[in-house]
Design a protein around this ligand. Structure first.
Ligand SMILES: CCCCCCCCCCCC(=O)SCCNC(=O)CCNC(=O)[C@H](O)C(C)(C)COP(=O)(O)OP(=O)(O)OC[C@H]1O[C@@H](n2cnc3c(N)ncnc32)[C@H](O)[C@@H]1OP(=O)(O)O
Length: 219
C-alpha cells in the first residue's frame, strides 16, 4: 500500500523537525480562530490577506508532491504528521494528543470557535472525527489495528464548545475485527458514546501488519 514510507531521521533532528511542525501548525490554528472571530474592517482584511498570501508563497517554495503519508523510522516509531485529527503538521487537526494506558486511552482537548456546529456547541462531525481516531488508535496501541469498518455514534446531549475529554477501550477482538467503545465527556457528563469496528484489511494481514503492530504512533 503506497503512502507508507520508511524514512530514517536522526532522533535529534526529528525532535527539531517535530517542534518546527508543531509551531507553524499552532500559528495557523491561531489564524483560523482569529479568522472565524474577526470583526475588523475591509482595510484590515485586505492587509491580512496580503500577509497570508505572502506566507503561503514562502511555504510553497519547497513542497511535498502530495500528502505526507505515514513514515517509519527503523526504531519502529511512526509519524502521521499530516493526519486530520492528530497530525502535528496539520492545523485543520484539533490540537489533540492521545495518551495510552494499559486499560484505556484518552485525550483532553479545547475545542474553540472553529469547531462549532449548532450555536455554541461542538459540531457532531467533529466529535465523530475525534472518536474515530481515538478508538482506532486505541486498537492500534493494543496491537490489534484496523481501518474503520463501522463507527456508530450516539449523541446523548449537546456538547458545549470548550474542553472535552475522550476515552476509549478495546471491548473485544473477533478475528480480524477489533471492537472498541468510547465516550466524549464535557464537565464530567457523557455527551456522546461510540462503538467502532476496526478491521485489519486483507492487504495488511501479512508482513505489513507486523510493521503496523509494532509501530508506536505519533501524530
Ligand atoms: C492497517 C491498519 C491501519 C491502522 C490505522 C490506525 C488509525 C485508525 C484511525 C483512523 C481510522 C480511519 O479513518 S480509517 C479510514 C476510513 N475507513 C476506510 O476507508 C475503510 C474502507 N473499507 C475497507 O477498506 C474495507 O471494506 C475493510 C478494510 C473495512 C474491510 O475489507 P476487507 O479487508 O476485505 O474485509 P473482509 O475480509 O471482507 O471482512 C473481514 C470481516 O469484517 C467484516 N466486515 C467487512 N466490512 C465491514 C464493515 N464495513 N463493518 C463491519 N464489519 C465489516 C466482514 O463481515 C468479515 O467478518 P467475519 O466474516 O470475519 O466475521
Amino acid at each position: 500500500m503506497s503512502g507508507y514510507i520508511q524514512e530514517d531521521i536522526d532522533p535529534e533532528e526529528l525532535a527539531h523537525r517535530s517542534e518546527l511542525a508543531s509551531s507553524i501548525a499552532g500559528s495557523v490554528r491561531e489564524l483560523i480562530d482569529a479568522t472565524v472571530r474577526t470583526e475588523v474592517g475591509e482595510a484590515d482584511i485586505a492587509e491580512a490577506r496580503r500577509l497570508i498570501e505572502a506566507a503561503t508563497e514562502i511555504l510553497r517554495k519547497d513542497q511535498l508532491p502530495g500528502a505526507y503519508g505515514i513514515r517509519f523510522n527503523t526504531d519502529g516509531t511512526k509519524r502521521s504528521w499530516g493526519n486530520a485529527v492528530l497530525g502535528r503538521r496539520n492545523p485543520i487537526a484539533p490540537p489533540i494528543e492521545l495518551h495510552h494506558g494499559a486499560e484505556f486511552s484518552w485525550t483532553e482537548v479545547d475545542l474553540g470557535a472553529a469547531y462549532e456546529g449548532p450555536a455554541g456547541l461542538v459540531h457532531g462531525g467533529v466529535l465523530a472525527l475525534i472518536l474515530d481516531q481515538l478508538l482506532g488508535s486505541t486498537a492500534e496501541f493494543q496491537g490489534v489495528p484496523g481501518m474503520t469498518g463501522t463507527l456508530n455514534v450516539r449523541y446523548r446531549s449537546a456538547t458545549p464548545l470548550g474542553r472535552i475529554r475522550g476515552e476509549a477501550r478495546v471491548d473485544r477482538v473477533e478475528g480480524v475485527k477489533t471492537i472498541v467503545t468510547g465516550t466524549i465527556t464535557r464537565d464530567g457528563k457523557v455527551t456522546a458514546e461510540a462503538e467502532g469496528i476496526f478491521i485489519l484489511p486483507k492487504w495488511a494481514r501479512g508482513e505489513v501488519s507486523d510493521v503496523l503492530r509494532k509501530s508506536v504512533g505519533e501524530g
